[in-house]
Design a protein. Structure first.
Length: 365
């Protein structure tokens, strides 16, 4: 049992509920005395940020307690929320620091060139000012943590019956988190990362690669540097790429442009250069209504935006435009990166591989 989350006995799980008749609860203020009890609870706890959202969390828990006839669903929700809360607490003090998530095989021994490359990458990322996030286990994960050092490492670990325990770098490290559920672990890997690097690995590594590609390709995650690294002369990612190209892109299962969502390299220097290149001019993006505000570290003039519009007309809605801009009204109101110039794009929210090619083109200007 993870000591971070506590443990209840079966009797405790089943005897806390009140004996009062059930009230049909809703998320609007229509719950009679229950709303007042929740408001009093939030007030009594003190220091509650975003109380409207906390109120909905409490109501969701109450509704789950009313609706779950067994135990599995509500126990899953309970553990998942505890894990997510603790993740936010651990990463919170480091939100200002850029981080790179690194995946790879837990079975790569210290004697292999890939292990040495992973250790070197961790060291180079640390020197460049990045913290690293790994799965916290042995193999490639341990090598990256060794290179970055314990002060610059996060471990996003998982309880398994074999092979996955904290590596020596992360033993006792307050930035090592142990998860029960893979889905929470995956959220932490990607939510906190400014870039992702993948070494060759097994099912887990390929699962992580495909999940990231799926999230970016469908617009559920913003574009991010996704770097596939192998030793010089290695064929692991080349064969994987050939499969994607021959059996997915050529058959129409994915767009040809989706192959631009990642880049392959064979040195640690090239991996770091690829991450830096992605942020050469691009900074971040935000959807505001039907428009996409792409924040830049250096502005583009109207002529450059016009050339981009002509080249990338296929990513725009009918009659759409690409234009230089300052912060949009809601961004200004929320003080959201107001010092950065922007391109405002009437993006069709479909061509995410082409959007990555657009970012690459912006960075080359």
């Amino acid at each position: 049992m993870n000591p971070l989350f506590g443990e209840r006995t079966m009797n405790q799980e089943n005897t806390i509920a009140c004996k009062t008749p059930a009230v049909e609860l809703g998320f609007h203020c229509s719950n009679g005395p229950v709303d007042q009890i929740i408001e009093d609870l939030i007030s009594s706890a003190g220091g509650i940020r975003r109380p409207a959202i906390v109120r909905e969390l409490i109501l969701a828990a109450l509704k789950a307690g009313q609706e779950d006839e067994g135990q599995f669903d509500i126990k899953l929700m309970n553990t998942a929320l505890k894990e997510m809360r603790y993740t936010a607490k651990v990463f919170g003090p480091y939100r200002h620091k850029h981080k790179v998530t690194v995946f790879g095989s837990a079975r790569t021994p210290e004697t292999k060139p890939l292990y040495r490359m992973a250790r070197q990458l961790g060291r180079e990322l640390m020197v460049a000012g990045y913290m690293v996030i790994t799965g916290g286990g042995p193999g490639i994960m341990q090598a990256v943590n060794e290179g970055a050092g314990p002060r610059n490492s996060f471990g996003v670990n998982i309880r398994l019956p074999f092979e996955q325990k904290p590596n020596p770098v992360l033993q006792g490290n307050p930035r090592n988190i142990l998860y029960k559920y893979f889905f929470n672990r995956k959220v932490a890997f990607l939510k906190e990362a400014h870039a992702v690097v993948l070494f060759p690995g097994g099912f887990g590594t390929l699962d992580e690669a495909m999940e990231i590609l799926t999230l970016v390709q469908t617009g559920k995650h913003d574009p991010i540097p996704l770097v596939l690294i192998d030793e010089p002369g290695g064929i692991y990612w080349d064969r994987w790429f050939a499969f994607l190209e021959q059996h997915m892109a050529k058959t129409g299962a994915i767009d040809q442009a989706d192959l631009a969502l990642f880049h392959r390299v064979d040195t640690t220097a090239a991996a770091l250069a690829e991450i830096r290149r992605f942020y050469r001019r691009y900074h971040s993006l935000r959807y505001v209504g039907d428009q996409l505000a792409m924040r830049l570290t250096r502005s583009l003039d109207t002529a450059e935006a016009s050339k981009l519009k002509k080249r990338f007309a296929d990513i725009l809605v009918s009659g759409g435009s690409i234009a230089p801009s300052g912060p949009l009204p809601i961004e200004a109101e929320e003080n959201d990166a107001v010092d950065l110039p922007r391109l405002v794009i009437d993006f069709n929210r479909a061509s995410f591989g082409r959007l990555r090619e657009f970012i690459d083109a912006v960075n080359r200007i």
